[in-house]
Design a protein around this ligand. Structure first.
Ligand SMILES: NC(=O)c1ccc[n+]([C@@H]2O[C@H](COP(=O)([O-])OP(=O)(O)OC[C@H]3O[C@@H](n4cnc5c(N)ncnc54)[C@H](O)[C@@H]3O)[C@@H](O)[C@H]2O)c1
Length: 360
């Protein structure tokens, strides 16, 4: 087992990473100081892992709250219903909510924990690769609104994160590959060790080699923890973690969240960011090519047919809440790191998008 500590103003907390952690007795229990735990999950994930999680907290009274599967469930109705449940069962602030699932469960459960009695104990137990390398760490919690994703939420750091790689065994392959896009993002942000591991072990990674995966998850969480420690509430450096995401969110939105998984849309967005950087002369051809190659070698999509013209993506990007004052605000890779660029040249931006549009 490996352990990292994320240091933030709200609290410092451990991130435990290893194989079989939910089956082992473990000091995770110490993060639940009350006498009750509420496991929030969905039926499929709970069928695999809820019993182990209950055994892990064997000295507590267990409750389990299941929501249906899917992004649409990250909504205010479920948020409110879970709060009703906590009130009805007289949970206290030092009781613990355990978010057992992917990013949907983590974001929803996290927001409930953030607001119940002004903040209750929260353990993130991520079971998708995306959640293990990204959403469970760093304290962003949210639900969606009909007008847009993640419009209602809070920064609320968990009290601990328990990443058990063995839970990935039941994750569908498409979801798994989609999660790899966020790991590539850390590589392009300048994490040379991640880049090297991805490039030299591509086949093993696709086959979920646990030793390589453990290293990748550890390095990804370490990078995220480092950035969050510098900028907990995204006033500056944390925005770099949105590399590829402005494009990706626009692609998801245009395709009505039905065609692409989050990581797949981010992968296409990464290609667009790489194109733009190269067109602007900020990224060498050799580095651009190795990033494009890596994304496609991992089996991530390269092109989108979500629209015929770049203008549709540009319009959707302007609505992204990460844009300040209705200007495009993009993260672009350079040869050693990434930088924030505002209002980039619109002609080049259109060209960079068009290179990844296919009419097929
Ligand atoms: N808070 C953040 O910092 C942050 C960062 C990135 C993404 N997100 C959010 O995360 C969400 C996407 O997360 P996701 O990709 O994990 O999607 P998800 O939570 O919908 O999980 C993907 C699918 O995999 C299934 N699943 C998850 N773990 C499984 C397992 N071990 N075995 C079998 N099935 C499993 C889920 O039931 C679901 O069908 C989005 O809502 C996004 O906005 C949040």
């Amino acid at each position: 087992m490996q352990e990292l500590v994320l240091q933030s103003q709200q609290r410092n907390y451990p991130i435990f990473i290893g194989q079989g952690l939910i089956q082992q007795q473990h000091n995770i229990q110490s993060f639940c100081t009350g006498d009750k735990v509420l496991i929030v999950s969905n039926p499929q994930i709970a069928s695999h892992y809820a019993e182990s999680v209950k055994a892990l907290f064997s000295d507590k009274t267990h409750h389990i709250y299941l929501i249906a599967e899917g992004e649409n469930e990250k909504n205010l109705a479920n948020y409110s219903a879970i709060l009703d449940y906590l009130i009805k069962h007289q949970f206290r602030r030092n009781d613990c909510l355990i978010a057992l699932g992917g990013g949907v469960i983590g974001d929803l459960g996290g927001f409930v924990a953030a607001s119940y009695q002004r903040g209750m104990n929260l353990i993130q137990l991520p079971t998708s690769l995306l959640a293990q390398v990204d959403s469970s760490v760093g304290g962003k919690t949210a639900v969606n609104h009909p007008q847009g994703k993640n419009l209602i939420g809070a920064f609320y750091q968990p009290h601990a994160v328990l990443i058990d790689l063995n839970t990935l065994a039941t994750l569908p392959q498409r979801e798994y590959i989609s999660g790899l896009a966020e790991i590539v993002k850390y590589a392009i942000l300048g994490e040379a060790k991640i880049l090297e591991l991805l490039q030299t072990n591509t086949d093993k990674i696709i086959q979920r080699d646990p030793l390589i995966l453990e290293q990748l998850i550890y390095l990804s969480c370490a990078k995220k923890a480092d950035v969050v420690a510098q900028d907990e509430t995204e006033k500056g450096a944390r925005a770099l973690l949105n590399l590829g995401h402005s494009f990706g969110h626009a692609i998801e939105k245009i395709s009505q969240y039905a065609q692409y998984l989050h990581g797949e849309a981010v992968a296409i967005g990464l290609h667009m960011a790489i194109n733009l950087s190269q067109l602007k002369g900020m990224l060498s051809e050799i580095n651009a090519e190795q990033y494009h190659q890596l994304l496609s070698n991992l089996g991530l999509p390269q092109k989108t047919n979500c629209c015929k013209k770049p203008a549709e993506i540009l319009d959707a990007m302007l609505l992204d809440k990460k844009n300040l004052n209705h200007k495009y605000r993009l993260i672009l890779p350079t040869d050693s790191t990434c930088v924030i660029v505002e209002e980039p040249n619109n002609v080049l931006l259109s060209q960079a998008i068009e290179m990844q549009i296919t009419l097929d």
